[in-house]
Design a protein around this ligand. Structure first.
Ligand SMILES: [Zn+2]
Length: 156
């Protein structure tokens, strides 16, 4: 019995350390991409990359607005039917961050979260379960996809 407990404990520990390593690696690559990118000096530079990425990702049918924010982070979200907003903080004002957020929009990540938010509103009791699922999907599927796209240009 002690052996089974030891193996379970060891397996759990290895699993947790693997997850931690995975997250640290992913965060490291994302941070490297953010720091080693072309900073936008003005809105025109941002709009040129925006236009080019929208064509590359074939999302001309989506209305995408980019806004600056004081919080030093970046995110993208759906705000209505075919409408999206990318918010960019001061040190996130560069081409890699913009490409990353556009990939989230192009691959439907924002649409998915938007749908889940609708479920939250209708069924508040499901919020913890749906939230856990959404966070897991974001961390282990959507975010790696966006990071790989930013690093390599591969749409996977
Ligand atoms: Zn992301």
């Amino acid at each position: 019995m002690q052996k089974i407990k030891d193996k379970l404990l060891k397996g759990t520990l290895i699993g947790l350390l693997s997850l931690l390593g995975y997250q640290i690696g992913l965060t490291g690559v994302n941070e490297y991409l953010r720091r080693n990118s072309t900073k936008f000096e003005n809105k025109k530079q941002l709009e040129e990359v925006l236009k080019s990425e929208i064509e590359k990702l074939e999302i001309k049918n989506k209305l995408i607005k980019v806004q600056y924010q004081k919080e030093d982070q970046a995110d993208s979200r759906k705000t209505g039917t075919n409408e999206y907003v990318i918010s960019i903080g001061p040190s996130f004002n560069n081409d890699n961050v913009l490409k990353h957020e556009l990939y989230h929009i192009a691959d439907g990540h924002c649409d998915y979260t938007y749908k889940l938010n609708e479920i939250y509103k209708k069924h508040p009791l499901l919020a913890p379960a749906v939230g856990f699922y959404n966070t897991s999907k974001y961390l282990f599927y959507n975010e790696p996809q966006a990071i790989i796209y930013t690093a390599t240009g591969w749409e996977i």
